[in-house]
Design a protein around this ligand. Structure first.
Ligand code: AHM
Ligand code: MG
Length: 339
């Protein structure tokens, strides 16, 4: 079969009545912005884009109190600029911005809301390890022309599209519009995303898990017991040996899971307990959970299906467990036993 471009795939989805022209064009704009980010990431030190944002002694921080990298700021600007005038959005929200932004009066407005983590895994930028962009698309509530933060607080089940781009050895865009999860590889010579995996299926079972093990002593008891049983291997209650991988870029870890199965965890630990977790519901957990569910996997907080969490804040954090369905269910079972 001749490979098809992202553009052609989106047109086919539109003709099949699964997306409208506005959503198609919105996704095209996001994909174009990701190509620009890919070029900036790819230049690395040659582009003068590595290192921290701000000035020495006056490090730039985001709303989460995290130090921003130059590429965090640049990627945010690229996505904002590209999407502001597209005509398909009513508003945008970013992990790097305190509040959402309605589309200015000077531009044509549309009916969608876009949320993004412009450069996830940015602690990996300076060491040349994969980073990525994650995005989520919601509908703007009827009758709202100037959306505020509260209009973005919709559960993950309300997403109409979600995707991520991973800037690794190759740049890949993984997308769902609610009809399966598909992957597109950037053909750098022709400058277009080409479908390289249709209808990805995550194996239901796995022998590979991803977690930051250095936090082990800070986890809650069910997580301690669950991972303890994985580490016990063949001799333990699980009766099989598990392998571990941790890139510390969620996009790269999730991408591996979509490719060959596995489970990803960022549980609550003593360091992030007050905040509710480390990863963000609206920019990371929800879009990734939609993508994973559409590929036959599962995603949970440990106590609730991720996509059914009612958001209470734009930058809300949650514990995350997602990937191979049966293994996520196993981890959830450990949590249920602890109440
Ligand atoms: P970021 O959005 O500030 O880059 O943080 C999110 C990242 C995830 O990509 C990754 O899974 C996690 O933080 C890594 O955390 P740790 O450094 O604790 O291993
Ligand atoms: Mg992030």
């Amino acid at each position: 079969m001749k490979p098809i471009s992202l553009t052609r795939y989106l047109i086919q989805e539109q003709h099949a009545g699964r997306i409208n022209a506005d959503l198609r064009l919105l996704i095209e704009v996001v994909a174009r912005a990701c190509k620009t980010i890919s070029i900036a990431v790819g230049k690395g030190a040659l582009g003068g884009v590595l290192g921290d944002a701000g000035t020495p002694g006056a490090q730039s921080m985001n709303i989460q109190g995290e130090a921003q990298k130059k590429l965090d700021v640049l990627s945010n600007d690229i996505l904002l600029e590209a999407n502001a005038w597209g005509g398909h959005l009513a508003g945008l929200a970013s992990e790097e911005m305190d509040h959402s932004q309605p589309i200015p009066d000077a531009f044509q407005r549309g009916n969608y809301l876009l949320l993004f983590d412009p450069l996830d895994g940015s602690s990996n930028i300076d060491v040349n390890i994969s980073v990525g962009t994650i995005f989520s698309v919601l509908r703007c509530p009827d009758g709202v022309t100037q959306p505020g933060d509260e209009h973005f607080l919709q559960p993950g089940t309300a997403q109409v599209a979600a995707g991520y781009t991973t800037y690794g050895p190759s740049t890949m865009l993984v997308l769902t519009v609610g009809h399966g999860t598909h992957a597109f590889t950037l053909d750098r010579e022709i400058g277009s995303f080409v479908m390289t995996a249709r209808d990805i299926r995550i194996p239901e079972e796995t022998k590979e898990f991803a977690i930051n093990m250095s936090n082990q002593r800070h986890w809650e008891p069910p997580m301690q017991r669950y991972v303890g049983d994985l580490l016990a291997g063949k001799e333990g209650p699980r009766g099989k040996d598990f392998n571990m991988r941790w890139v510390a870029s969620m996009v790269a870890d999730v991408h591996r899971i979509l490719t060959r199965g596995g489970v990803f965890f960022y549980p609550i630990d003593a360091k992030c307990r007050d905040k509710g977790g480390k990863l963000r519901l609206m920019y990371e957990a929800n879009p990734m959970s939609f993508i994973v569910e559409q590929a036959g996997g599962a995603a949970s907080t440990g106590r609730q299906r991720m996509l059914e969490v009612t958001p209470t804040g734009l930058h809300q954090r949650v514990p995350v467990m997602l990937g191979s369905r049966k293994e996520v269910e196993e981890a959830v079972r450990y949590h249920a036993e602890h109440g």
